[in-house]
Design a protein. Sequence first.
Length: 266
Amino acid sequence: MIGRTTLTAACAFGLAISGGCSSGWYGAKERATYTLPMAAGTVESVESVVIRTRAGDVLLEPSEGEPKVIGKVRARTRERADATTVSADIVGNTLEISVNWPEGKRKDNEGCDLLVYVPTMYGVTIDTTAGDIFVKGMAGPLTIDSSAGDIEVHGHDGDVAVHTTAGDIRFWDITGTADVKSTAGDIKILGVAAPSYVRTSAGDVYIRFHEGTSATVEASTSAGDISFNGDEIRGNQGTRTIGGGSETTSRVRTSAGDISVTDSAG
């Protein structure tokens, strides 16, 4: 069964957007803010969420009241701002959220931030070309694909896979493993399971495993220092064990930057 709810131009228009990436979108001066409330009953069968926006920030948090989606549009003309909609479609057991631009095409410098407040989802996919991403209190597999923008994930109960071209990455309290690939940006992971894989072409990496983790960790950098639990090692690569070690090796790599690996006791 497919359910569809679409925001319309009957919502509030012309509200200024503060913060986020909106201040830098020159040429897209017209603003519109839409709020799509969703009755709790409409999403009670939903288990996972997919969020897509080509240019804009994404915030995903558990709802404290009724679920809702807020879209903050930046468009080149008033007409385009008023005509842009945000849809929330229930496809099977997945809530799919996307931005619908006039004539099916976003123009240069246009974008739409999405603020999504829903019950905890057990599976999250976020796909954006440019914009910061903030996720809190979700569960299941989390997949994020971004070309540019910082990424923060807090309190996620499950594995996390992130790919970004440019932007810093921060994780706090991930119960599962992490698979992270970045072309440019620092990576900081505070609380993660093993085995985890972290790669960046340019940036520092700090990773702290959960208390009681047994892991074998291989670290390498082309230009930078490497330390395990505060002890620096000689050379540009090294392998150490945490706890009793493990047969599966966690790998941490950067082409230019320092690497620090610790466990909760380190």
